[in-house]
Design a protein. Structure first.
Length: 185
């Protein structure tokens, strides 16, 4: 298979300005991370509200399947799941050096409510083979057409995320990209 690593992530980061003292850190001894992305200083930290709770529809513990089915932590064999620290490392090593692209596979309404800084919204459904513009999107991601699909070997390294481990949007995006590699044209 001629594809660079696709990563799927579930993260709970907040973005804002640096806080003098923080009780809730990213790791032991590291309260926040500061990254320069596209000429803008971004500070990533955790919410300091220790009484915060999930609210709204995602606080529900039981929802009908489909569409809210349990998702595998590894969405596709060979895909490496990533957590918050891996996302931060990806931002520092790949995004900051223009070798990677962070894809928010959620629907635009969710993206507009808040996204990881630097992420590009490519809704999962736009990557499906049925989308007449899929080839254009794949080319924009750096893939090149081949006789039997798309070659991602010279593309940016992609990291993909959705609304979390319970959400199928990130998984569907990864599956559509994997299918595009080997699809018969």
């Amino acid at each position: 298979m001629t594809m660079r690593a696709f990563l799927w992530v579930a993260v709970a980061l907040t973005v804002g300005s640096a806080v003098a003292a923080q009780d809730v850190s990213l790791t032991e001894g590291q309260a926040d991370i500061s990254i320069m992305l596209n000429g803008q200083q971004i500070v990533i930290s955790r919410s300091q509200d220790t009484d915060a709770m999930l609210t709204g529809e995602f606080a529900k513990t039981s929802r009908p399947c489909p569409s809210f089915c349990i998702q595998p932590i590894i969405p596709v064999a060979g895909v490496t799941p990533a957590g918050e620290l891996e996302v931060i490392e990806f931002l520092q090593k790949n995004m900051a050096h223009n070798t990677g692209l962070l894809i928010d596979a959620r629907l635009p309404d969710w993206f507009n409510k808040g996204a990881i800084p630097g992420a590009v919204n490519v809704p999962f459904a736009t990557l499906n083979a049925e989308n007449p513009y899929q080839a254009d999107i794949l080319r924009a991601l750096g893939a090149t057409p081949t006789d039997d699909g798309f070659d991602f070997s010279n593309a940016l390294t992609l990291m993909i995320y959705g609304n979390g481990p319970w959400d199928a949007q990130g998984t569907c995006a990864v599956q559509a990209l994997i299918a595009a590699v080997t699809r018969q044209r």
